[in-house]
Design a protein around this ligand. Structure first.
Ligand SMILES: Nc1ncnc2c1ncn2[C@@H]1O[C@H](COP(=O)(O)OP(=O)(O)OP(=O)(O)O)[C@@H](O)[C@H]1O
Length: 344
């Protein structure tokens, strides 16, 4: 059983990648929590969301798991006293001349299919020949890697991070940098810094579109992200239920407050279509997407029925719809509308 002393002793062997001293010597360990097999650590480093942080994270997890920890939760914070890097300026991706269209996928509440829509819109834009990046910034559940069946991790060369390429989409997820067990409350404050570093340190190459899977809801975290992306457009996902549409309207008004143009609404889980009779059953209510669109004065980009993707045992990606499937075709139509509306 690990004790706090033992954990600190183990961390003597891990170097702070910025200060080149052991984590203990560099004073990087800010908090140690132990509960049964779980070890929670708060570490201060010079810069978060960097390849160095990622390597450090892997080193710490491997040392602690090697010594018997069942799970490890890591929280990183920026070391205040560390010399600040010179103001790097605006990353090219965010500069005024950048040709990349940013599209955030937002929802009023969780569980409406925001991540599913993000993933399939990204894949469909790539299927239509566009160069697409996808950032999974939903701190309440980084589901994108699992949904797309991503096993590998981004490659790090020097101080650059190379995103994972899946179905022609370049993917970066906060899941690559945060241990699964790190409590959500730790993640909110990290998100802003991480996103900034994702824009500056990840080799995205030339992108036509950068999609962001935002945290659901209209709380502080979502608002911060909205503010951070000055020229972002938005797609709002809702289910047809009146209440869902009502909370989605709040997400919509937040987008408008931050001057983000709303491209339109995707109504997900819109109906169930019987394979036998072709009849549509409106299981979760009807008309929520249309009402929301009217309220926000934007179009409905698509009404996606209920249905699971077919599973390909050889290329497992549980949430990606096949291009030839009915729902895959719905997503292609949505992607075409997005291309039309963004003039790409
Ligand atoms: N059209 C659909 N038909 C059937 N199941 C769906 C559909 N869209 C999404 N789902 C399923 O609903 C669940 C929630 O979807 P998803 O994780 O995309 O929602 P979310 O809004 O991103 O949720 P959260 O914000 O909580 O991560 C998943 O299990 C997903 O597979």
């Amino acid at each position: 059983m690990l004790t706090e002393e033992k954990v600190i002793e183990l961390l003597q062997s891990v170097q702070d990648p910025f200060l080149h001293k052991s984590l203990v010597e560099s004073g990087s360990i800010r908090e140690v929590k132990i509960k049964d097999g779980y070890v929670g650590l708060k570490l201060a480093v010079a810069k978060t969301g960097t390849p160095e942080q990622m390597q450090l994270q892997q080193a710490v997890v491997s040392v602690l798991k090697g010594a018997g920890a069942e799970s490890v939760g890591l929280r990183f914070e920026t070391r205040e006293e560390a010399p600040q890097a010179p103001e790097p300026g605006v990353p090219p991706l965010l500069s005024k001349n950048s040709k990349t269209e940013f599209i955030a996928i937002a929802s009023g509440k969780g569980g409406v299919g925001k991540s599913t829509v993000s993933v399939n819109l990204a894949v469909s834009l790539a299927r239509l020949g566009k160069k697409v990046g996808l950032i999974d910034a939903d701190i309440y559940g980084f589901s994108v890697p699992d949904m797309m069946g991503i096993q590998e991790r981004p490659k790090v060369k020097g101080d650059r991070i190379f995103p994972v390429d899946r179905f022609g989409v370049k993917v970066i997820s906060m899941a690559f940098f945060v241990e699964d067990n790190a409590p959500v409350i730790w993640r909110g404050p990290m998100l802003g810094k991480m996103l900034n570093n994702f824009f500056s340190e990840v080799e995205w190459g030339d992108l036509d579109y950068m999609l962001l899977d935002l945290p659901p809801g209209t709380g502080d975290v979502a608002l911060d992200v909205h503010k951070m992306l000055p020229k972002c457009r938005e797609v709002i996902v809702t289910t047809p239920h009146a209440t869902a549409a009502f909370v989605a309207a709040r997400a919509g008004s937040m987008a408008l407050k931050t001057d983000h143009e709303i491209l339109g609404i995707v109504e997900n889980m819109a109906y169930f279509e019987s394979k036998v009779t072709g009849e549509k059953e409106y299981i979760f209510g009807k008309g929520g997407g249309e009402r929301l669109a009217e309220e926000l004065m934007v179009p409905v980009l698509g009404n996606i029925p209920l249905g699971q993707p077919e599973i390909d045992e050889n290329d497992f990606a549980p949430s990606v719809y096949d291009s030839a499937s009915l729902i895959g075709e719905h997503y292609i139509q949505i992607a075409k509308k997005v291309i039309e509306k963004t003039g790409k």
